[in-house]
Design a binder for this molecule. Sequence first.
Ligand code: FAD
Length: 481
Amino acid sequence: MTLAEFGAPTSPPEVPSELISELRTIVGDRGWTSDPADLEPQLRDWVGYARGATPIMVMPKNASEVAAVVKACVAAGVPIVPQGGNTGSVAGAIPQGEILVSLRRMNRIRDIDAADYTVTVDAGVVLAEVQAAANEVDRFFPLSIGSEGSCTIGGNVSTNAGGTAVLRYGNMRDLVLGLEVVLPDGRVWDGLRRLRKDNTGYALKHLFMGAEGTLGIVTGAVLRLFPKPVEVATAFVALRDLDASIELLSLLRVATGDALSSLEVMPRIGIEIAREFDPEVVDPLSERHDWYAIVEVSGTKADGQTESTLEVALGEAVERGILVDATIAASTMQAKSIWRIRKSLVLNLPKVGAEVKHDVAVPVSKQPEFIRRATAAVEETVPGTRAVAYGHFGDGNVHFNLCAPLGMDASTFTARAADLHRAVYDIAAEYGGSFAAEHGIGIVKRSEMKRYRSPVEIDLMRQFKALLDPDGLFNPGKVLP
Ligand SMILES: Cc1cc2nc3c(=O)[nH]c(=O)nc-3n(C[C@H](O)[C@H](O)[C@H](O)COP(=O)(O)OP(=O)(O)OC[C@H]3O[C@@H](n4cnc5c(N)ncnc54)[C@H](O)[C@@H]3O)c2cc1C
């Protein structure tokens, strides 16, 4: 699909050549490119929704340069799209003729303080580098997502990223103490406070988290660190049925003293897809079952208790008939091999055929019911649709992804995407759920906002947008309907 088909502006903005020259001067020779070969990977999203365009990508190296770029663009009335690692799942960082502002040269860890349990970083630092920096000072930064080798902190903040450890540590919103933001009028808001308590009026930082670049450009962040887990126990379990996932979650949270950091559920078809496309994936259990979970418990004391606690808890789950089989990783290699199943599923699902994706949240206890009803609904909409429902069950976050029926060609299936979305999102809405759990709205889900968010909510969002960005120059055509 083209971005225009998702409702993006159809004609690209006019960009005067004087502005291009001014931007080049601001960022210097190494800070910009218009070379089609350099731009190509920045103009398409990994899901394959769309291809974009830009006359120039600028790569400022500090907040002052970002501010100067913003002032120049605003003075010329030319819109801007911020970009981090371009790993977003809703095409939010893809420009449609706007100036592309990449934060990737802003990649400095400014300060790390083990005593304060904080790290202060440039927005363009890659997530895995923050994790490694924390590790070096015996601390832990818990955000963990499949794209951590290339996504950036600015992108994580702007999408309020989730991942596999939200259950214990929260999502990005819970991990940010302070922000530095270049506002659409070119002022720099220095909110880089490293305080746990700060009730000084409105919590401005929360406006920019999850805003997907529509209210300003995040240039720095203070992040919370945690004690480093020194014992991690990972298990792969076969569930009695889908309802057992919720029983297991309840049992494990209590039995482990809430040290459960992940509970990821996946169906049998998920393992089969992972194995078909990744020869290194092995099924850890000898028998086939309908539903599985990966569970992970971590502890900060090296007393051998983490694994034994998990072992006892899983034993109880088997006795109570919640689990029908389970294996605990005996080494870090085995734990990696268990997680590989989950990662390979995400990466290889698009290869199965056309994929229609849904990143849905419902109350935790309603996930099994939601999956059953949504599966029946998509079967009725397009008979033979193969539902692959997996996700972060500890957080109520289901990736309800759909593959084309065997034998149906991709375009016939994706032509029904709107009907499938309606069927799935309407059911999620009945449970008070969300059609955008952790990936955001971008351009891909913008049209759903009016149906699932109240006029009051949309009106308030528009008012904030108008206050901060009256000319609508920041990531136009994204998020707001
Ligand atoms: C294999 C894989 C697995 C993934 N798993 C997860 C997962 O488990 N959980 C999850 O939440 N996401 C997941 N994602 C999606 C994605 O990685 C996250 O949304 C991530 O936070 C995006 O970061 P980024 O730096 O790539 O941002 P980009 O894709 O570059 O941008 C995302 C949005 O943020 C805006 N933006 C970027 N930087 C800034 C900035 N500095 N200031 C203002 N706006 C900015 C962009 O304009 C865009 O709207 C996954 C992606 C892949 C490829």
